[in-house]
Write a protein that binds this ligand. Sequence first.
Ligand code: UDP
Length: 326
Amino acid sequence: MNIFVTGGAGYIGSHTVRLLAEAGHRVRVYDNLSEGHAAAVPAGSLFEGDLADEKRLVEGLLDGFDCVMHFAAHCSVGESMEKPEKYYGNNVVGSLRLLSAMRKTGVKRIVFSSSAATYGNPVKTPIPEDHPTDPINAYGQTKLDFEHALKYYAGAYGIGYAALRYFNAAGAAPDAKIGEDHDPETHLVPIVLEAALGRRDAVAIFGTDYPTPDGTCIRDYIHVYDLAQAHILAMEAIEPGKGRVYNLGNGAGYSVREVIETARRVTGHRLPVKEGPRRAGDPPTLVASSEKITRELGWKPRFPDLQAIVETAWRWHKANPKGYAE
Ligand code: UDP
């Protein structure tokens, strides 16, 4: 198939592009490189453009695409609480421009990167897809708002979609050719590995007074390749005018302290920590039930355990201590 991948030079996008190419699909990456890296995508696949630029989106989409995979978004919970305008502008307004460009060019399928942050504070764990959605941060709200738009666009315009609610993506390509590199980095696993490389003095723990066994937040970490594989399965399942929503996690929760402990084992570094206040917008616990995608699409993770996830990330970080800046 011909696939148009927004944000395909970013972390999850670039890993998905790689799997798509390996599976024989033709891919065009649409990315403004504000956060993505040209070096992360196959030569010749990049079509530079901004999500805000509908004219450019239409130009990019004109060559007969079967499906859009929409990764382009701002994705830091903490920042979304300080700069909600940035998040609504890109994640909602920009995404609506993409839908408009799809309508103009007749592209009828989209796989959307949604988030566990759409749920807010869980009333039940593990979280199934029919759990109430009540985000507690602007990032999660923008993801939920666009899911709602998709639902109505599907009904009115025949667009078919899959919204994938990611829990915490981590890890890197097993051959260490591509990996995670945000600037500034805000995500826990790469931050811990940067500390192991000596690029940070300590890992800050955001909150030690949560109602969890060790007082730190619990998250469900999922390997980026397992997420990427789910995109391919979801794309193949999309039907015109209909939507599907799937959670993606491993169904196991690890606290911030447990992630750091795992990284100590994997890297052999001491990894000093600095305990600090909570970060705004963080629910205490987010753990997925991915039973639905397993049952309906046969999704099966290749890297279900945290240690294997951190090991792949560590291989990439060691080989690329300055990320893509090398
Ligand atoms: N976290 C932390 N220190 C950091 C970065 C993150 O304690 O330097 C915590 C954060 O508060 C959350 C968890 O680690 O509880 C995962 O955060 P991340 O930003 O990686 O992903 P999110 O859950 O926000 O998608």
